[in-house]
Ligand binder design. Structure first.
Ligand code: 5RP
Length: 222
């Protein structure tokens, strides 16, 4: 990874860390951009409870002194995570780190879902691979019905799912997402719709572009 890209991840992560306030319950994504977020958050010495989307994030956050707790919440104040691709319409592809099932759950539970990315993640159209998590039971049948899927040479997810990638044409992401959701054996897919995302911070050199996509969801009791 070039120094320029690392710098963009760093400035995007720093901007997102500044949205976090003491007392919040924070969802932490997974990946190399999130690896910049964790020290930026830890440095602020806020009183937080954090939910991690992968054992890697849990381990790193814990080492930095962040309080990582089990995901037993029906509401998170904010979730911050990276992305593999961001379309002009705001669709995301996630799951390059195979954590997309947990990442989607933590994203939809949050009042604000904030995406942090370097500028290489902005793409004119979404393209394969689209990450999938599949049930091991009946795997050959699921592969057959999905077509154009290849198993990824990585360990299963922490929830026992098989990680694979859809390599066919993406076309309309809403249609493809609906197709995955209608396919028995698909635990989760890496297409995240625009309505899920509150804000995107994109690193541009040593500056950050902020793209606001939707208002924060109402909190509990609102
Ligand atoms: C992990 C993810 C990551 O957020 C995505 O792959 C981006 O990773 P990175 O910040 O390393 O580019 O979805 O499942």
């Amino acid at each position: 990874m070039s120094d320029a890209v690392e710098m963009e991840k760093q400035v995007a992560a720093q901007a997102a860390a500044e949205l976090v306030e003491s007392g919040m319950v924070v969802g932490l994504g997974t990946g190399t951009t999130v690896a910049h977020l964790l020290p930026a958050l830890a440095k602020r010495r806020l009183v937080l409870r954090c939910v991690a989307t992968s054992p890697r994030t849990e381990e790193l956050a814990g080492r930095l002194g962040l309080d990582v707790v089990p995901f037993t919440f029906d509401h998170l104040d904010i979730t911050i995570d990276g992305a593999d691709q961001i379309s002009p319409q705001g669709w995301l592809v996630k799951g390059g780190g195979a954590a997309h099932t947990r990442e989607k759950l933590v994203a939809v539970t949050a009042e604000r879902f904030v995406v942090i990315a370097d500028s290489t993640k902005l793409v004119p159209v979404l393209r394969p691979p689209i990450p999938l998590e599949l049930l091991d039971f009946g795997l050959e049948s699921t592969f057959e019905r999905l077509g154009a899927v290849r198993r990824r040479a990585v360990p299963r997810s922490p929830d026992g799912g098989v990680i694979a990638d859809f390599m066919g044409e993406v076309g309309d992401p809403a249609r493809l997402a609906a197709r995955f959701e209608a396919t028995p054996g698909v635990v989760e897919h890496g297409l995240f719709p625009p309505g899920m995302v509150t804000t995107i911070f994109v690193g541009r050199g040593d500056t950050v572009e902020r793209i606001d996509r939707r208002a924060p969801r109402a909190g509990p009791g609102a």
